[in-house]
Structures are given as structure tokens and as C-alpha cells.
Design a protein around this ligand. Structure first.
Ligand code: PNS
Length: 162
């Protein structure tokens, strides 16, 4: 049984994340999507429980994907869920530079392996950061967040901006 842990902030989940999850679900027996805290991103916008709920709704059609929330270090989450590897998506060279450092550190401190998946060309411009900016400004989220949860995300932005 090959289990991969796909960690991230998912603040909120985007079509780019879902593309990686769907493709990983075809490659691995089990995909665990881990909602973790990124210390570089301070407090975040969507409460962690809401990030999990949105992810759960978005991955519902995928039978071998589950969503969990973890505290602390990524390598502890890897050990905790018995994953053979961490999965991260790469959009561009900026991502790659940061991700390679993180992958090497996680291997250095705990022997955790990381595998990378290239973002699909159609979603390379999408990021949670941009979704937050567009959502707060009342812009259209179509094609940026998974369609099944777009109304819930739009409602969230409506509530925080009204
Ligand atoms: O979606 P993000 O913000 O790019 O995800 C980054 C995340 C949450 C995977 C990363 O910040 C992380 O692993 N956080 C847990 C703390 C940790 O293990 N830090 C050391 C990484 S080498």
C-alpha cells in the first residue's frame, strides 16, 4: 500500500491543488491531504476547520483521498500517517527553489522523501493568495477554486466583507 501525504495551507484549496490531488489519486493507493500551518504565512484567512471542510467537499468523488489536519512539523505528520512520501506541486522556478530546500531539510531531519508533480499549464497562474485577494475584492472566482465549493467560498468572502 503506497500512501502519499499532500501537505499545504489550503487557504483556501484552489483548482491547482485539486488537479494535483486528482492526478495523485491515480498514482498512489491512498492520498492524505494534510492541512498544516505555514509559519511564514502567519494567521491565514480561512479557519483551519473550514479549510478541511472545503477540501472534504472538493475531494468527495475521490474514493482513495482523505483530509486531515496536523499540528507542528510536516515530518511528524508523515510519520503519524505512515506515508511513504510527501507530495508537492511545482508551478515555476520560484516554487522549485523553495520546495527543494524544504524537501532536502525534511529528508535531512527525518529521512522523509518528497515527490514533485508539475502543475498543469492551465492552472499555473492560480494561487490561494490570489484567490484571497480576488475574493476579498469581490472578483469572480470561476475557474480558480473547485466548482463544487465555489458558492461556499463566495459566501465566506461575502460574510467577511459585508
Ligand atoms: O501551501 P503552503 O503554504 O505552501 O504549504 C507549506 C507547508 C504547510 C507544507 C509548510 O509550511 C510546512 O511543512 N509546515 C509545517 C512546519 C514544518 O514542517 N516546517 C519545516 C519545513 S522544512
Amino acid at each position: 500500500m503506497r500512501t502519499v501525504l499532500y501537505p499545504g495551507s489550503f487557504d483556501p484549496v484552489t483548482v491547482g491543488h485539486l488537479d494535483i490531488i486528482e492526478r495523485a489519486a491515480l498514482l498512489f493507493d491512498e492520498v492524505i491531504v494534510g492541512v498544516l500551518h505555514n509559519p511564514a504565512k502567519q494567521s491565514g484567512l480561512f479557519p483551519p476547520a473550514e479549510r478541511v471542510a472545503l477540501l472534504e467537499e472538493a475531494v468527495r468523488p475521490l474514493g482513495n483521498v482523505s483530509v486531515r489536519q496536523f499540528d507542528g512539523l510536516l515530518v511528524n505528520a508523515v510519520a503519524h500517517c505512515g506515508a511513504q512520501a510527501v507530495l508537492r506541486g511545482l508551478r515555476n522556478a520560484t516554487d522549485a527553489e523553495e520546495e527543494l530546500q524544504m524537501a532536502r531539510l525534511n529528508r535531512h531531519i527525518a529521512g522523509a522523501e518528497t515527490v514533485f508533480m508539475a502543475a498543469a499549464p492551465g492552472v499555473m497562474h492560480v494561487s490561494s493568495d490570489m484567490v484571497r485577494q480576488i475574493g476579498k475584492g469581490g472578483g469572480a472566482l470561476q475557474g480558480l477554486v473547485p466548482e463544487s465549493i465555489r458558492p461556499r467560498i463566495a459566501e465566506f468572502f461575502k460574510n467577511i466583507t459585508s
